[in-house]
Design a protein. Structure first.
Length: 183
């Protein structure tokens, strides 16, 4: 099923469509919409370097990053079905050549440091990964951690702060939260 996506930026609206039939990421979920808003805001501030989409699902955030002008996009998911959906969306938008797609375990991501890491994944998974996430972020880089149910919020916030990340935004949504940290 195809879903329309619109991003509001300082230079206008960006539109595209995403097929999320076999993966999370239609843009309709509040955590995905939150990530898209924060990505557009950071892009408007000139932060357009390297981007890592951890738990890429349909590839919606990776495609948005490319449309926002990020120079290099790395998309990762543990689910092969999600990776295939993302790959098909990258082909559809003619971004396959500009995207590095990894499918497997987090250990497959090596020698990667990005300016913006977006992890729109569940709180318990963020807790499992909290010690490795800072290693993927450049100095002064940003982590957007989203999709965090309220009952995980304190634990995720505390765990990432203990890794030396500075919390700069907490956004409470209807059911979930988004945290933004700087390294």
């Amino acid at each position: 099923m195809e879903f329309p996506v619109s991003l509001t930026t300082s230079s206008g609206l960006l539109h595209f469509a995403i097929d999320s039939t076999d993966a999370f990421g239609s843009g309709l979920h509040e955590s995905t919409a939150s990530c898209l808003r924060h990505m557009a805001h950071l892009s408007d501030q000139g932060k357009k370097g390297q981007f890592l989409d951890l738990g890429c699902g349909s590839g919606i955030l990776s495609i948005a990053a490319l449309k926002l002008g990020f120079s290099r996009v790395i998309a990762f998911d543990v689910r092969s079905q999600a990776c295939e959906t993302a790959r098909l969306n990258f082909i559809r938008h003619e971004y396959l050549e500009r995207t590095v797609l990894f499918c497997g375990t987090i250990a497959s991501l090596r020698n990667i440091e990005v300016d913006l890491l977006v992890a729109n994944i569940q709180g318990d998974i963020l807790l499992d990964l909290h010690t490795v996430l800072p290693g993927y972020i450049k100095d002064k880089g940003i982590l957007i951690a989203a999709g965090i149910a309220w009952d995980w919020l304190y634990d995720v916030k505390t765990a990432l702060a203990h890794q030396g990340l500075s919390l700069i935004v907490t956004e409470q949504l209807e059911e979930f939260s988004t945290l933004i940290f700087q390294r």
